[in-house]
Ligand binder design. Structure first.
Ligand code: CMC
Length: 431
């Protein structure tokens, strides 16, 4: 039987080193290079982490070519069909699906933490009303650590759990308050009799002077969006949370760092870009012109919401979202809306067009999410906020996994230095 090692040879010196290959349960194995610098005096260079696993994890598995996404081993399609966001959150945090009793207990404990300190609400008035909601999210979530001192000992598992539950419970309250503040409406307190997603919709859309009934269609669709975005392995924002947490920074500060990373258009901002594009296209008869632009190599324009770096056959989340988008548009009687008609026609043409078929450019999850959120009357600048509400449980689960690891060390990448060699200081008058 072949040994599970990789031998490397430095051709400058002839020195060889046998490195262990670690196998996961599924997916490509990884070469353990921790001894490389000590033994060979070499670093590895992999900007963008294209060939580098930054950690070992039991939480989420992605197979891009096969279009597979598993949370704790369960396919995303099955969770979206049969589970709820809160149940999926339990799964991500604790590793197993909850029993009926555990599920009820979890709902109860999360409900008990949905309110935020009254003074935290005052914090909002420091922001301009026209601030991007993500900037408010970064600030307010970071400020949680100033309010919940009693759960900040990262070495105490009970503290970690309380902070995790606080994060999960309070993030919809903060996200909804961000929206209410931007539009000048009163903050709505959470209602613990409601389910997690219903409560979020209530805080977003209810007003104190009227009754508000949560639409089951909208609530189910939003719940699915939250499930599909709950975790996605070691992406930029999750890696940011892990790196921030590796210095033993408190979890609220780490999640705030994750929100900052998610904000970037290359990460959480793509669903917003889809809507911008659909509005720019403006009418069905202009689709041909934009398809032409997308194929033209001298034109930087790309069809937003098409293609994916990891999923090359299809994005399993997009499959679920496509069905949900059609259901939501049908239920809301919004199928005749011009924007949605453009989206559906664009999808049809792109799926039949040789250029897109050959390059395996399928609609990704963001293509449909933007459409569904718009049908729900959620403004475009709140899309990434919704994403952050969903991803918080993924971030916090990854953070808990990292911090409870034995021998957990601060993340400290090295570099290939390309600057000046040592030189002598030049006095100002001689420069
Ligand atoms: N429209 C037109 N052509 C495209 C597109 C597109 N959206 N995406 C890729 N291509 C072409 C590209 O021009 C290239 O053609 P050729 O081989 O002739 O040079 C080929 O397809 C491969 O492109 P690539 O840039 O090497 O592919 P990538 O895997 O590096 O890029 C991507 C993936 C998602 C960045 C890219 O498809 C893209 O820019 N899509 C639009 C933006 C978007 O929807 N982003 C959201 C992704 S999902 C986010 C998440 O999961 O969180």
């Amino acid at each position: 039987m072949s040994k599970k090692t990789l031998t490397i040879r430095d051709n400058r010196t002839g020195k060889e080193l046998e490195l262990p290959i670690k196998e996961g349960t599924i997916g490509p194995p990884a070469v353990d290079i921790t001894s490389l610098y000590k033994e060979m005096g070499l670093f590895t260079l992999d900007p963008g982490f294209r060939s580098t696993a930054s950690c070992e994890s039991d939480i989420t598995y992605i197979d891009g070519p096969e279009g597979i996404l598993l949370y704790r081993g369960y396919p995303i399609e099955e969770l979206a069909e049969h589970s709820t966001f809160l149940e999926t959150s339990y799964l991500l945090m604790y590793g197993e699906l909850p029993s009926m009793e555990q599920c009820k207990g979890f709902h109860k404990v999360v409900s008990q933490h949905t309110m935020v300190h009254e003074q935290l609400l005052q914090f909002f008035s420091g922001f301009r009303r026209d601030a991007h909601p993500m900037s408010t999210m970064v600030g307010v979530v970071g400020a949680l650590s100033a309010f919940y001192h009693d759960s900040l000992d990262v070495h105490d598992p009970r503290h970690r759990e309380i902070s995790a539950i606080r994060m999960l419970a309070k993030i919809p309250t903060i996200a909804a308050a961000t929206y209410k503040y931007a539009i000048g409406q009163a903050f709505m307190y959470p209602q613990n009799k409601l389910q997690y997603t219903e409560n979020f919709l209530h805080m977003m859309f209810a007003v104190p002077c009227d009754d508000y009934e949560v639409s089951p269609v909208i609530s189910k669709a939003l719940d699915k969006i939250l499930i599909l975005h709950a975790d996605h392995e070691q992406n930029a924002s999750t890696s940011t949370v892990r790196l921030a947490g590796s210095s033993q920074a408190n979890p609220f500060a780490c999640i705030s760092a994750g929100i900052s990373s998610l904000w970037g258009p290359a990460h959480g901002g793509a669903n917003e870009a889809v809507l911008v594009m659909l509005r720019e296209i403006g009418s069905i008869d202009r689709i041909g012109e934009y398809i032409k632009k997308a194929k033209d190599k001298s034109d930087p324009f790309r069809l937003m919401g098409f293609g994916h770096r990891v999923y090359k056959n299809f994005d399993p989340r997009a499959k679920v979202m496509r069905k949900t988008a059609h259901e939501v548009l049908h239920e809301l009687g919004a199928e005749d809306n011009e924007l949605f008609k453009i989206a559906m026609e664009l999808e049809r043409i792109a799926l039949e067009d040789e250029y897109f078929i050959k390059r395996k450019l399928y609609p990704n999850v963001d293509f449909y999410t933007g459409i569904i959120l718009t049908a729900m009357n959620i403004p475009m600048n709140m899309f990434t906020v919704i994403f952050s509400v969903a991803r918080t449980v993924g971030w916090i689960s990854q953070w808990m996994e990292m911090i409870s690891e034995e021998g957990q060390a601060i993340g400290r990448p090295r570099q290939l230095y390309r600057g000046h060699e040592k030189r002598v200081y030049v006095p100002m008058e001689n420069r």
